[in-house]
Design a protein around this ligand. Sequence first.
Ligand code: HXC
Length: 519
Amino acid sequence: MSKQDKIKELIDLRGQAKLGGGIDKIESQHSKGKLTARERIEILVDEGSFEEYDMFVTHRSTNFGMEKKKYLGDGVITGTGTIDGRVVCIYSQDFTVFGGSLSEAFAGKICKIMDLAMKIGAPIIGINDSGGARIQEGVTSLAGYADIFQRNIMASGVIPQISAIFGPCAGGAVYSPALTDFIMMTENTSYMFVTGPKVVKTVTGEDISTEDLGGANVHASKSGVAHFLLEDEEEGLLLIRKLLTYLPQNNLEEPPSIDSTDPIDRREDSLNEIIPESSNQPYDVKDVIHAIVDHAEFMEIHRNYAKNIICGFAKLDGMSIGIVANQPSFLAGVLDIDASRKAARFVRFCDAFNIPILTLVDVPGFLPGSSQEYGGIIIHGAKLMFAYGEATVPKVTVTLRKSYGGAHDVMSSKQLRGDVNYAWPTAEIAVMGAQGAVEVLYGREVSAIEDKEERAKFVADKENEYKEKFANPYQAASLGYIDDVIEPRNTRFRVIRAFEMLHTKKDVNPPKKHSNIPL
Ligand code: HXC
């Protein structure tokens, strides 16, 4: 073969690899409203930046005549690219080849790109669209999955790991995304479950559709498995690009800082008005977040799950910040099991990747009741406490209104190593709310008063007395639990200054193998 023929052969082979399972399969993929594995990568990375590896890998199976059915690349595309000029490692499962099912060779390609990501300290992005273990290969695919799981575990807290679910992801295959930091799912075209509807029907008799069992909406709102719910794949791929603008490449780097054109001393007069007259009235804490952060840009995580707590990323004078805020407009911002788990995981992510945390507090307490107790609110609430207490990144807390009981301690209080703790003049920092306190302290006296009006007046007087004494930030400030009481409209400025001051903060935890967070 001449040199020119050899080059032509290479070009032909590349062309063949790029066709994946062939034109028909690509059309079938498109007809389902899905992009191909390669089209997804093109949208994800900076134009022309993708370097593909292992394009010529094929499977090694000889079962069921498989030796006659080989596709270059074997159903997964791996390589590196850049996003806003920063390197990322990628694998993208190709449903057009054996339904994106995982063979030994396929798993080897994923492991190889994950190993590279760890070596160079770059985020790994996995695009999932697969029928699971390649049935013709038997047990080797189980080992292949486990090889990937082990790498996910080792990479956790070292490099950001992001999973996009753009098609099926079922059985044991769900556990790789589950081990990563963020999962996103497309509406109507993706699903995740440990066992599908047919097995569910056989084992439990329950009749349930794929969508109701493991569709994107279910995981984004009920289970909390998915952090982001997407209308389509393009939205998801652009969202990954956006997400990475808040994250460092790895745990040894600082998150990226950009020049901000939003003045740091921008006053927000609306914040002086935002807290309603009655402390039982709700308001939307996202309005507070938008007013404080650069250009009102907030990337919310878990938007549809545990809406009583808000988590997400923003920039403050160009610095990446993780924000946790109780949401008074949903369940009064109470802490329950889901909210505790959601925020704990977010706080730990931020801490692992050197992202400072801003906490906005307006919490009436933990949600009472048997369903919460039976569900283990004690352990789940402790997760959030643990996460805050263990975190060594800069932590700035602003108490907007309520901060009661155990929930006060949990929400990045001074004693959990909160670095700068501010309160608005509307803050109510106390052991419990006025109504509960009066019931406990004066229960006997109240029931001894026979006249209804007189009883109501007695209760109201006592509640007012309690509120006067405790429903303010000054007792906490007098003890140094609050560093300063600030005017709401100055919050942006005060918080930015606090984070700038904390930039050189060093805090350490005692040496240990690892902590034993209450799981
Ligand atoms: C081999 C597979 C495959 C698999 C799909 N294909 N899944 N080949 N192993 N697991 C092939 C199909 O044979 C078909 O090939 C092509 O991919 C497209 O599949 P279709 O069925 O035509 O597509 P669709 O109708 O969209 O259905 C997609 C699907 C279905 C729901 C994923 O294919 C399916 O149920 N597959 C089996 C899923 C499964 O049970 N996997 C094993 C789970 S156990 P042709 O040549 O006809 O085009 C598991 C254990 C992991 O994963 C454990 C980890 C610890």
